[in-house]
Design a binder for this molecule. Sequence first.
Ligand SMILES: [Zn+2]
Length: 501
Amino acid sequence: MEVLKKYKTQLLFHLFLNFAFALFITLASYYHLPLYSFTDYSFYFFHFLALQFSIFGFLYFLSLNKYLFRFLFPVIFMLFSCIAYWVYFQDIAISHSIIQVSLETKADIILDLISIPFILYLLSSITIIFFILKYYNKLKANQLKSPLTILAVIALFSYSFVENYRFGTFNRRLPYNVITSSREYFGQNNLIVKPINQTIKANTDSLNVIFILGESVRADHLQLNGYHRKTTPLLAKRKNIISFPNAYTPLTYTAISVPQILTNATLTDDYSQPKYSLIDVLNHAKIQTNWIGNQTPEKSYEIFIEQSGYQKIIDPLHSELSFQKDYDDKMLPVFKTIFKPNQSQFTTLHMMGSHWWYETRYPDVFRKFQPVIKSKHIPSNTKEEMINSYDNTILYLDFFIDQVIEHAEKQNSNTLIIYLADHGEILGEDNLWLHAQSGKASENPAMLIWYSESFKEKYPETISKLKLKQNEKTDLDFFFHSILDVYKIEGIEYNKKKVIF
Ligand SMILES: [Zn+2]
């Protein structure tokens, strides 16, 4: 009791400080979570408490130095509450591309975000800072002997313990995600692109390749591959479509899978040697390259977007972690304007696809399989709900690919559409869920090829070869070599054995 009395002011100060920090900053990361039951709420409540407890550790040690605290705390609090405002009100997820948007030239996007509610939020946070500093001045100097010091040490340990146990538990939430994303933004990329100094030529007449880069779609949930549900009804009615049910990649998350697909890297590459970028090679061969993406680019593959002759990122402020992300069909109008039937083009459409949280990925009309998931907390959903929601995303994918085909078909040009998911998804096998972990389902992505009538007339032997290879195991490193082959690229060596055409 004596101790409590002695440190009462300090204790109350830290309670107030952490309450304000939680309200203005930390809680924003939890605000949009779709939660349903008491268990969900309790789970995330404890999650939030644990996160705030770790922040207490940092704030406590900062508070030990009067000068540092008076100078740094207002800066930190202001900066993080600005960011938290956007997270609260627009569900913006903090990623390295947000850091990029804020630090590079896109001032208009930032200016768009400034509004009266934003200014009011800032004014309240300035008021809170004022009260915190006023309260802080009442504290006695040298509080190191306080029992709170031990608690703060435990708090710091809890942070590193949790992050070592499962990376991202805290680091993907405010305020830590600002630091994680900045580190990613300024960090080094594994991939070193091999420069092209020689002359490169494409020996095809105009050929349009549309590369639909999918997300988290496992092959065996496609009706086209014999799945018992009608998940691809539109594609099932189409001719000139070939499905490859046995595609394989051990790289089960976007950041490592995409660089492998778009370079001459093998599936087991360590990236110690520079690699050719497919986009770079095609540019040198005077093929028009376009990138339309609904995913906010990650550091590991943003180079391909930068290299593309035309680039458009849809909804750049919302990542896969936002719950108000635009649907993939927002890419279609852009695609239709840049698709030029009698030109040699290579157009990438990078989908949000079937990335968790599934219910954010498709419009209501595609909610055919029911009941669907209600909670972000996976254990609160049944296996049936998880699979229903997932299958609805496939139904939407069916619509999306069908729309792309329909547009290309109308133009009656020499066109090839390749759909390839970056990896699959685990749906309850061995009690595991989602991706970024090995398993048969996460390593077997969906893969489809559609060809136009005019492509069929020009290259009948290519179609026969594709049909012959359809059921073979197809490692995802076929892509680079096959694209070079289909454009009949000269001036760069590629592996003919990996060509599927
Ligand atoms: Zn992915």
